[in-house]
Design a protein around this ligand. Sequence first.
Ligand code: HAX
Length: 438
Amino acid sequence: MEFKERFAQRAVKMRSDYQELKNVHSEVDLGNYNIGQVLGGMRGMIGLLYDTSALDPEEGIRFRGYSIPELRAKLPKVPGGTEPMPEGIFYLMLMDELPTYEDADMVTKAWRKDSEVPQHVFTMLDSLPLNTHPMAQFSMAILAMQSDSIFAKKYNEGASKASLWEYMFEDVMILIGRLPRIAAYIYRRTYKNNEHIAPKNDLDWAGNFAHMLGYEQDEFKKLMRLYLTIHVDHEGGNVSAHTTRLVGSALSDAYLSFSAAMNGLAGPLHGLANQEVIRWIFDLQKEIGKSLPTKEEIEKYIRKTLAEGRVVPGYGHAVLRKTDPRFTAQHEFAMKYMPNDEIVQIVSMLYEVVPGILNETGKVKNPWPNVDAHSGALLVHYGLVEYDFYTVLFGVSRALGVLSSLIIDRYLGLPLERPKSVTTKFLLEKVGALQKQG
Ligand code: HAX
């Protein structure tokens, strides 16, 4: 393609300028930050107000001040249950107050109220080829419901800025209530012969989701409650949270904002890493021709992955500098319910081997496992082996974090997001001027 070749020739200079700035001048101060931060994905720049969760590189995640172990102990559980209800963490993020069981149950009922998915969404999904990635189906289904947006309707009718949060609140509750049905529909049309399971209205949100997916074991329902609680969010700068905030700041409604966020979650450096981890482990088993590799075989496989210029999925983080507490929560679940599972054993062996090898590269800032390193092993154990679907589960949970925050954004009337960008020429001139000075 002539045009593409012309671009490739022209772009060589753009890349060499970029690399010079990044490698030689990254420490050049531009005010409160340096060139390295401008070129490096804005790491460490404080630029967002985000109250529902916070991330400390060493200490981990806190939701309104509570760590994950604290939340596992303190959030309400279904009667006789052992894991927190996702309804509870939604309440906490929105209200900045620990809920009682009655509060969580109120959320369950509110989400159930308008949870019937319009028929046109199913018709649209049914028209898609079966090989459409489940995340693409999920994003399209969310967007297809935009016709129901109360926020968009009220805005068109001239609603005041101060009243917009109310319609955002209503849209968010309806959207979250419908997500499990949509996700389960995608799962069953894609992998289970298009045979669907009707919702059960006496179950909690996560329990009903497990039921509609076709997994009735009590343990799987427990797993879903834990899974959908711990994946909700971790501060505002991650791709899916930031996308929701950014798109919403243009006063786009919850459907437009959340669908956009799901397109970001579907990237392999973000949420899609959960499917990549299991695919990578299955490939390892295939390559060595047995289900349980030795540590030496694992080590060789990791080195091969790195030599091929690929990342080790499930390891590393843009902010955290320690083992992800969400990994630890899932590991504790695994040790309680399936300590002898072979994939769980592989995950444990990887935990022993990967960090040392990533440290040897000398460039990976965090060699420890993230949330995605463990989730697939738990799902495979219960028979949910269709790993292309895993990021949809993540997305259903992520809705709770990013959409509770979106309600708050509109309540506060946060402005349109519009960071300043600069050109390479601007940066090179800055460097040149500084060099002249001395
Ligand atoms: N395997 C191999 N190389 C890795 C690595 C890994 N797991 N993690 C980081 N690196 C590399 C980076 O690619 C980068 O290399 P280059 O300089 O050659 O580009 C270098 O180490 C420095 O990266 P970093 O500063 O440590 O990490 P970043 O903030 O740039 O990236 C990522 C963070 C999570 C994207 C990264 O660690 C990664 O790619 N991990 C594997 C994919 C993954 O598990 N993603 C899920 C993250 C959690 C999440 O969002 N879940 O939804």
